[in-house]
Ligand binder design. Structure first.
Ligand code: HXC
Length: 257
């Protein structure tokens, strides 16, 4: 596939997608969105790919949605196009996706990182939802996902003031899973993705689905959903192999890696 706004590589069983609009600090225009969704959608159904890493440059994961692309649009145009709707397709994919964030993750950049399953941040990362400075509000899920991630106090603080949050604060607040030296962020994310990709892919997909249910349903329904899908895994060869390997003190050879 030839893409103009992203670079796509394979590292073993991991797909690496690098946002590549350096002249605009990886501002997320529609073309980039379409390419990213297409690339990760292909990996989702590719049995050779078990996990994905999405990253940007050392300076910017992404400095936001493309302001210049939106600037002159009117309400009717935004509504008719259902602007940003395409990002929902990314969140519906089942393959695990790790965000490797170095530098700015602002506005849509922060929102894209939060659409991924977890975020590994470089110690230079800066997260923010500065849309209020542009006379708008987050439009790619930030008001919801940031609030789920860090709670009302910090989400309100960031969305209302537009201030940035550094990597340390982001880890303390639960926005990112790990902070690593900035130079190592892609390598560390690839390592985490390799670990995931060494598991059974369908089982990893079910695990992702179960955790995501926590954001959609109440506790009793979520626990019931988990138990039912847990039961269903006993119909898989990979459950038989995983448990046999444990009993035989060997490494599992998952069939559906
Ligand atoms: C379009 C952008 C952009 C963006 C940066 N650029 N961010 N273009 N959309 N979101 C462009 C700049 O215009 C500039 O182009 C080039 O990238 C380099 O940026 P500089 O500003 O010169 O770099 P620097 O001085 O290092 O400042 C970095 C920065 C700043 C602090 C990240 O770029 C910035 O504040 N960007 C906007 C951040 C933001 O508000 N994001 C939220 C967007 S709204 P030229 O051609 O001049 O070299 C959003 C949610 C959607 O994401 C809601 C609707 C708006």
């Amino acid at each position: 596939e030839q893409y103009e706004n992203i670079l796509v590589e394979r590292r073993g069983r991991v797909g690496l997608v690098t946002l590549n609009r350096p002249e605009a600090l990886n501002a997320l225009n529609k073309a980039l969105m379409d390419e990213l969704v297409a690339a990760v959608s292909a990996m989702d159904v590719d049995p050779e790919v078990g996990a994905v890493v999405v990253t940007g440059s050392a300076k910017a994961f992404a400095a936001g949605a493309d302001i210049k692309e939106m600037q002159s649009k009117g309400y009717m145009e935004m509504y008719a196009a259902d602007w940003f709707r395409g990002w929902e397709d990314l969140t519906r994919l089942r393959i695990p996706i790790v965000a490797a964030v170095s530098g700015f993750a602002l506005g849509g950049g922060c929102e894209l990182a939060m659409m991924c399953d977890f975020i590994i941040a470089g110690d230079n990362a800066k997260f923010g939802q500065p849309e209020i400075n542009l006379g708008v509000i987050p439009g790619m899920g930030g008001s919801q996902r940031l609030t789920h991630a860090v709670g009302k106090a910090k989400a309100m603080d960031m969305v209302l003031t537009g201030r940035f949050m550094g990597a340390e604060e982001a880890e303390r607040a639960g926005l990112v899973s790990r902070v690593v030296p900035a130079a190592d962020v892609v390598e560390e994310a690839l390592k985490a993705a390799e670990v995931i990709a060494s598991k059974s892919k369908p089982v990893a997909m079910v695990a992702k689905e179960a955790v995501n249910a926590a954001f959609e349903v109440g506790l009793a329904q979520g626990v019931l959903f988990e138990r039912r899908v847990f039961h269903s895994l006993f119909a898989t060869e990979d459950q038989k192999e995983g448990m046999a390997a444990f009993s035989e003190k060997r490494t599992p050879e998952f069939k559906h890696r």
